[in-house]
Design a binder for this molecule. Structure first.
Ligand code: TSJ
Length: 641
């Protein structure tokens, strides 16, 4: 045996040990081996093609879900380098696919602006695949290599044909290993759609085509020449913008790029989304802080210089200037530090000043150059400020009277006997008749009932001070015990669980969304700390013999009945009409009994999504509403929030 061969064998063993480590602990590399981890494989490969596009060498990326849940990703870039890597003695391509963390070192100059959550790359995907094939079109040749069983090459990189001179690019095709992804190897078209669309919004001019070649063939093509400007337009599509022109600012400093697009609408909830290297920095960070600080500073300065606010007036607060603001912040950083619980908070301290300067200077100029828009924005912030001050007064009033006498319960709240909040629950129940049944059917020691009459006021559409003069809302605030705004104190929450109990129909969904909007505005922490739930009343009751089975939806009903039919069991199917029509025992059994009921915990993201979904449904525009209802026909009576 020659030295060379011995050496090759050694490195080969080393290589496979690396990939074996990935297969032993996949979670360390892709987070989970569930559905999320499965899709992570796609992002890792797509990121490489996006990098090639951002380097300016590729226009089109195709993402194909093939029959059998095989993924194929193609780009028309330069084609991966086909030479030999000195360190490993293997081809560069084989190195990238078999050496852990090789991507960065062999990826050429220039920083990667995409980069996956863990930045682990192609070798991890290879390790977790039943098989993977790479084809490179370059120098009029077609190169090919195949790997099997978690990354074992079946042969070295080979030329398998010739191609036209102008044909270049890289294609990667792989099948996720079902031994690793035991939960599922089925890709979700919507998940790919949403993320690929987001990537295209964040990178103007980049085209990504998505194809589904499984049973129901479909395809979509994403390209946004306006980039994040079009992203903001899309987010505000079903809202009423305050001004037509979208504010767009960009700049670069020390290799750090920043882009911001924003537009105010006539609502009150801010929608500010920030990204770094195409990754949603959900927990914010220095880029977001810098921009927010500059926004508050610039608007205050403008308003003072224009003598709209006087020197001794109160300044506008951050909350005042963000009401109804839709904003996308996109930072591209050569060496991002991600922090926070979910590693989605940008930590690089130098970014704060860069972001503040780029946005601040640009936004100041924008206001000076667009005095009409500036006036609208400042007026809106002033209204927010006045409402905040009025609300504070109203709040103080609410607090005083309520704490003393509980008069504002107005006899509506039927409280529980227990005073220890950790074992108490409050049900917010749609309608008096359901409220009546809930009162009779409850566990009066631990369960309080607050019946709500019809639709509560939409706090998204109403001013704060008006919202606070609304009886229903005051009762809710008083019942919770926490106070709101600056007086808010989560430790005073009188119930561990706040349970929204509405019918499984469009009206019920609407009431739930209105309540959630209220919570989002006044009691965000209650939602964030997981105290808010939706009760899930059953849609059907199936009786057979002495058994009574409640089921939540049509799928569950069909499955249950199919089983009964298999066994030739007779049954009676009853559709549960509404909460109001259930007697107290039924209501208790199906929706309230802590041992039998099903509760869904509601998160802040749920609220944002539900709010967007409902805006579409309730919007004036017929087209988006029709499309939304068609797309979601299955959920029309049970919005998934
Ligand atoms: F990494 C990978 F295999 F997963 C992958 C890489 C998957 C896909 C779909 C595309 C790519 C990829 C890599 N597309 N384009 C590139 N480009 C390069 O690797 C490349 C090409 C030429 C040069 C050069 O300096 O000539 C440098 C690089 C990094």
């Amino acid at each position: 045996m020659s030295n060379k061969e011995t050496h090759y064998t050694d490195s080969d063993i080393q290589v496979l040990e690396g990939l074996e480590a990935v297969r032993k602990r996949p979670g360390m590399y892709i987070g989970t081996t569930g559905e999320k981890g499965l899709h992570h494989l796609v992002w890792e490969i797509v990121d490489n093609a996006v990098d090639e596009a951002l380097a300016g060498f590729c226009d089109d990326i195709e993402v194909i879900i093939d029959k059998g849940n095989i993924i194929e990703i193609r780009d028309d870039g330069r084609g991966m380098p086909t030479g030999i890597n000195e360190k490993t003695g293997l081809s560069t391509i084989e190195t990238i696919f078999t050496v852990l963390h090789a991507g960065g070192k062999f990826g050429g100059e220039g920083y990667k602006v995409s980069g996956g959550l863990h930045g682990v790359g192609a070798s991890v995907v290879n390790a977790l695949s039943e098989w993977l094939e790479v084809t490179v079109y370059r120098d009029q040749k077609i190169y090919f290599q195949r790997f099997e069983n978690g990354g074992h090459p079946t042969d070295s990189l080979k030329v398998i044909g010739e191609c036209e001179e102008n044909r270049t690019g890289t294609t990667v095709r792989f099948k996720a290993d079902p031994d690793i992804f035991q939960e599922t190897t089925v890709y979700n078209y919507d998940t790919l759609y949403k993320r690929l669309q987001e990537i295209c919004y964040l990178n103007k001019g980049l085209r990504i085509n998505l194809y589904d070649k499984r049973e129901d063939e479909k395809s979509d093509s994403f390209i946004y020449n306006g980039g994040i400007i079009e992203y903001v337009q899309m987010l505000n599509k079903n809202k009423t913008p305050l001004h037509e022109d979208i504010v767009y600012l960009e700049g670069e400093s020390d290799g750090i790029q920043l882009e911001v697009a924003c537009q105010y609408n006539d609502g009150y909830i801010p929608a500010i989304y920030s990204y770094t290297n195409n990754i949603n920095t959900y927990e914010g960070g220095t880029h977001e802080d810098g921009v927010k600080t500059a926004l508050t500073r610039v608007i205050n300065n403008y308003a003072k210089n224009a003598k709209i606010i006087k020197d001794n007036d109160n300044s506008l607060t951050g909350d005042d200037v963000r009401e109804g603001l839709t904003m996308i912040i996109s930072c591209k950083h050569p060496d991002p530090q991600f922090e926070g619980q979910t590693k989605t908070k940008l930590g690089n301290i130098e970014v704060r000043k860069i972001a503040s300067d780029i946005f601040g200077n640009g936004f100041e100029r924008f206001l000076l150059e667009h005095p009409d828009i500036a006036r609208l924005i400042v007026d809106k912030c002033m209204t927010a400020s006045r409402a905040r001050i009025a609300a504070k007064k109203a709040r103080e009033m609410t607090r005083k009277s309520d704490l003393d006498t509980h008069v504002n319960f107005g006899g509506k709240l039927v409280d529980c006997q227990e005073k220890d909040p950790t074992t108490c629950e409050i049900f917010l129940v749609e309608g008096d008749s359901a409220g009546g049944s809930a009162i009779k059917g409850r566990d009066s020691m631990h369960q309080a009932i607050l019946p709500l009459k019809g639709k509560i006021l939409n706090v998204e559409k109403a001013r704060l001070d008006k919202a606070l003069s609304n009886d229903e809302i005051r009762t809710i605030i008083t019942a919770f015990g926490t106070g709101i705004g600056q007086e808010f104190d989560i430790d005073k929450l009188r119930y561990d669980k706040i349970i929204i109990m509405t019918d499984a129909d469009v009206d019920g969904d609407h009431i739930r969304v209105l309540l959630l909007t209220l919570f989002y505005r006044f009691f965000r922490q209650i939602v964030e700390q997981g105290h808010v739930y939706a009760a899930t009343p059953p849609l059907y009751c199936i009786k057979h013999g002495k058994t009574i089975k409640y089921v939540l939806d049509d799928d569950e009903k069909d499955a249950y009945i199919a089983k009964l039919q298999e066994k030739n069991t007779n049954y009676v199917l009853l559709r549960m009409k509404g909460l109001g029509e259930m007697d107290p025992e039924e209501l208790n059994e199906t929706t309230m009994d802590i041992n039998k009921r099903i509760l869904r915990r509601i998160t802040v993201e749920d609220i944002i999504e539900a709010d967007a979904a409902f805006n579409k449904l309730m919007g004036e525009e017929v087209e988006p509403r029709r499309k939304f209802i068609e797309d979601n026909a299955r959920y029309a009576t049970n919005l998934d929030i």
